[in-house]
Design a protein around this ligand. Structure first.
Ligand code: PEP
Length: 252
């Protein structure tokens, strides 16, 4: 299975800076053996696309989408609109959106299904908060979030969907989740996929880890069974540092 690394700029880099990041990243030596994507703010998609031209590395990703095709949804962006920029992946249910904007499991499921119908791979973010972790509720929370997200999804296609396990206490805190704990969480996510679909699909779907990943710890994650890549926030803001992280993830 090919490793997948996704840079998540979060709310950084508008159109004036996005092109510069893409050009600087592309000047670096980039491993072809792994899949690399960059999730940019909606307003920066056009600039990132223009700087990419026909190049396919990094793939373009979005940080969010609405579920309807079009209509009276002021401020929202549809999967078809993202398609026009050649967006290949879209994050859904990032914990920042769940916490700050009230995204529910049901909304996340609707977004994931709509993206899939538009030919965009949903990257569904799931994970427990610190209190839930302390109470030993990790597996329960993951089963709940994954099952809801899978409700409208189809199992077909080369990459039907991706899950990102992102323990909230680990995002942007420098407290990376021990790889063994991430492995256990990924197994719970795979078990829920198997329950809904099949063991063969569960084996095929990439489950990536996110939370304080950097060039120092990336190797530990991607050499852990069942961890198929990473979602990288803070450590993706510098294009050279992120390129180094990508090379570290692929020492070949
Ligand atoms: C993220 O934004 O999804 C994330 C994992 O952030 P960070 O790498 O900064 O913890």
């Amino acid at each position: 299975m090919r490793t997948l690394l996704i840079a998540n700029w979060k709310m950084h880099y508008g159109p004036m800076k996005a092109g510069g990041w893409v050009r600087a990243f592309r000047r670096e030596r980039l491993p072809k053996e792994i899949d690399i994507a960059v999730a940019v703010p909606h307003v920066s998609l056009a600039a990132a696309r223009a700087s990419l031209g026909r190049a396919s590395i990094p793939a373009l990703a979005s940080q969010n989408s609405f579920w309807a095709k079009e209509g009276a949804y002021t401020g929202e962006v549809s999967p078809d609109m993202l398609q026009e920029f050649g967006v290949q992946y879209c994050l859904v249910g990032h914990s920042e959106r769940r916490a700050l904007l009230g995204e529910t499991d049901e909304m996340v499921g609707k977004k994931a299904a709509a993206l899939q119908s538009a030919g965009i791979v949903p990257v569904i973010c799931v994970g427990e908060n610190e209190a839930q972790n302390k109470k030993g509720e990790v597996n329960k929370i993951l089963r709940q979030q994954v099952t809801a997200a899978l409700a409208g999804l189809k199992p077909e296609g080369k990459t039907p969907f991706v899950f990102a396990y992102e323990p909230i206490w680990s995002i942007g805190t420098g407290k990376a989740c021990p790889a063994q704990k991430a492995k256990e969480a990924h197994e719970v996510i795979r078990a829920a996929i198997q329950k809904k679909f099949s063991a063969s699909l569960a084996d095929k779907v990439r489950v990536i880890y996110g939370g304080s990943v950097d060039a120092n710890n990336i190797s530990e994650y991607i050499t852990t069974t069942g961890v198929n890549g990473a979602l990288v926030g803070g450590a993706s803001l510098d294009p050279r540092a992120f390129a180094f992280l990508c090379r570290t993830a692929n020492p070949a």
